[in-house]
Design a protein around this ligand. Structure first.
Ligand SMILES: NC(=O)c1ccc[n+]([C@@H]2O[C@H](COP(=O)([O-])OP(=O)(O)OC[C@H]3O[C@@H](n4cnc5c(N)ncnc54)[C@H](O)[C@@H]3O)[C@@H](O)[C@H]2O)c1
Length: 447
């Protein structure tokens, strides 16, 4: 039964939240730092807690390690006193609200790893005080807020929904996306009780243009997993469809463009060399795990994961087929352009370039890469690679140039002019003709 006796707490719309809100943000990574700065922009004082000493040092020197955040913005936030950073959890005792933005990765056997969330709750517990609002932002399976966060925090002796408010609000940030500011993306909010929901809606309503209340923390947790599973499943389907187009001699890029003219009932997704990042390949497995715990399964997620796992193999196979007749991967020189998991970000987490480069190296190819965002890459069993400059000589010297990530800054026209053979996995060369051979993933030119 939901508890509704939180009247004694600092309630929704209180003077405290309106006038003197101070928020603690735990975990200042891709999510936590932009989130903290959005609160600062709204005039709310933020204390950020971060355990990574290197990040803390950079923050104190107003040096940003997140591409979407400029040093100038950070400097203004830090030197105005809007943002304080520390590794000292005791500072959270004076905050009105504390928001958890810590990682939720997978264990080695692909189960949810909630150790960061649990550790954070244990560290916060001694400093939790009556009247505070605690919000979990990390992506996780339905039930986490109630079944994991709540009991850990209640070991403080304070009861959730009675002496402190507990809420869940999934983070939807899209690193590298210039079209929407943090504040512009509608924010789903949920609470353990109606009073918890009102409290988080009130605070977040001061920062985000639109808050979207849902009836339970389970629903909010599931909504985030639906969003990301939807992407995984649809992009995986497009990758399968692109492979089919290769077989059928049909150009997938033209087909998508044509289908996308339908004003309703179609949403375009695009194929690529594999789905990466900390979210899309990871979050659906949280849902899959929860489904199995509940005695059921998600066949769509399973199939999509399998599909994604096969992508590096498919791309490596295409590269080998494209090489000069008689030439094998062993001894071939392959240059990857762009290695991050998506364009215009510096994030290598779960990037499909990692298994692809490893596979090519283990097959005997000589692999180089160019990526303005990535100075070096460590590959399991295959050593460390350092990025190269994209000179005309490097381009001309490669047996195959693979466009893996279509960063906006890639000099596509020069690549097309100088490379003898290009395999473009992203349609970055759309409309261009080079001096050498050019094949795009899914364009159906070689069957
Ligand atoms: N990166 C994205 O695009 C994105 C988008 C939406 C949601 N999410 C979700 O947001 C959550 C955070 O992801 P992220 O990408 O920001 O991760 P991240 O690794 O970039 O940042 C997490 C930060 O938390 C810090 N940290 C870990 N344990 C801590 C502790 N006990 N106390 C204080 N700090 C601690 C880490 O040092 C790190 O700086 C995850 O659940 C993720 O799935 C991420």
């Amino acid at each position: 039964m939901r508890e509704e006796h939180a009247a004694s707490l600092t309630g929704a719309g209180s003077q405290t939240d309106r006038q003197a809100a101070s928020v603690g943000v735990i975990g200042l990574g891709y999510v936590g730092l932009p989130f903290a700065l959005a609160f600062v922009r709204s005039g709310i004082r933020v204390t950020g807690i971060e355990v990574d000493g290197r990040k803390l040092q950079m923050l104190r020197g107003a040096k940003s390690y997140i591409q979407d955040i400029s040093n100038e913005e950070l400097e203004a936030a830090i030197f105005s006193g809007g943002l304080t950073v520390s590794d000292d959890y005791s500072l959270l005792a004076t905050m009105e609200a504390v928001v958890l933005c810590v990682p939720t990765p997978l264990t080695e056997d692909h189960a949810p790893d909630l150790s960061y969330v649990s550790d954070t709750c244990r560290s916060l517990r001694p400093f939790l005080r009556e009247g505070q609002l605690v919000v979990l932002e990390s992506t996780t399976y339905p039930g986490t807020t109630k079944e994991i966060v709540r009991p850990l925090l209640e070991q403080s002796g304070l009861q959730a929904g009675v002496q402190f408010h507990l809420a869940y609000s999934p983070e939807r940030i899209d690193p590298g996306n210039q079209s929407y500011t943090v504040e512009e993306v509608p924010k789903i909010v949920s609470g353990l009780t109606a009073s918890c929901l009102n409290r988080v809606a009130d605070l977040y309503g001061r920062v985000f243009r639109q808050v979207v209340p849902v009836s339970s923390t389970d629903s909010a947790e599931a909504a985030k997993l639906l969003e990301n599973s939807f992407r995984l499943i649809n992009i995986s389907f497009m990758n399968e469809f692109a492979m089919l187009c290769d077989q059928l001699g049909v150009n997938v890029w033209e087909v998508i463009e044509a289908a996308d003219t339908k004003p309703y009932g179609f949403h375009a997704f695009y194929p690529g060399p594999g789905i990466g990042g900390h979210c899309i390949p990871v979050d659906p497995l949280y849902l899959q795990w929860k489904a199995r715990q509940s005695g059921t399964d998600s066949r769509f997620i399973e199939l999509s994961k399998d599909m994604n796992d096969t992508m590096p193999d498919y791309i490596a196979g295409r590269i080998e087929r494209l090489l000069q007749p008689g030439k094998k991967l062993a001894g071939a020189s392959i240059l990857l352009c762009g290695v991050t998991y998506k364009k215009d970000v510096a994030d290598m987490r779960e990037s499909s370039a990692l298994p692809l480069m490893r596979m090519l190296i283990l097959a005997g190819a000589s692999v180089q890469y160019y990526d303005p965002y990535v100075p070096s890459v460590r590959l399991e069993d295959a050593g460390i690679l350092h990025g190269v400059d994209l000179t005309d000589e490097v381009l001309a010297g490669a047996d195959c140039v693979v466009i893996h990530t279509n960063h906006s800054s890639l000099p596509i026209e020069r690549i097309v002019m100088k490379a003898a053979l290009i395999y473009d996995t992203r349609n970055a060369t759309r409309g261009l003709r080079g001096s050498g051979r050019l094949e795009r993933f899914g364009d159906g030119t070689t069957g």
